[in-house]
Design a protein around this ligand. Sequence first.
Ligand code: SF4
Length: 96
Amino acid sequence: MKKPVIDISECVLCDICVELCPDVFIKNQAGYIEVAECFSEYIENHLNKNGYSSLNTDDSKKRALIKYIEEDVNDIIKSCRGDCISWGEKTETENI
Ligand code: SF4
């Protein structure tokens, strides 16, 4: 699965991303926005909450949930005032 990345040089610190999805977008101690290191863990926790025990490429329902999360992030990308969030390199779960 892809992971969102932030160009902090363009970030205007509007906090929309943190308000809409605080598990993925966090404000660090320096006051800058960053994507949680545990993004893939967040995905897995979200799947677990919905009754799935692990990530598996064979399960279309899991794919649908991941797609749902990606759409949430896409909505945040559209809402970002600094136009500075994008999808970055794929993570260790890229085959999901
Ligand atoms: S929505 Fe965009 S501009 Fe606003 S705090 Fe998040 S990354 Fe920065």
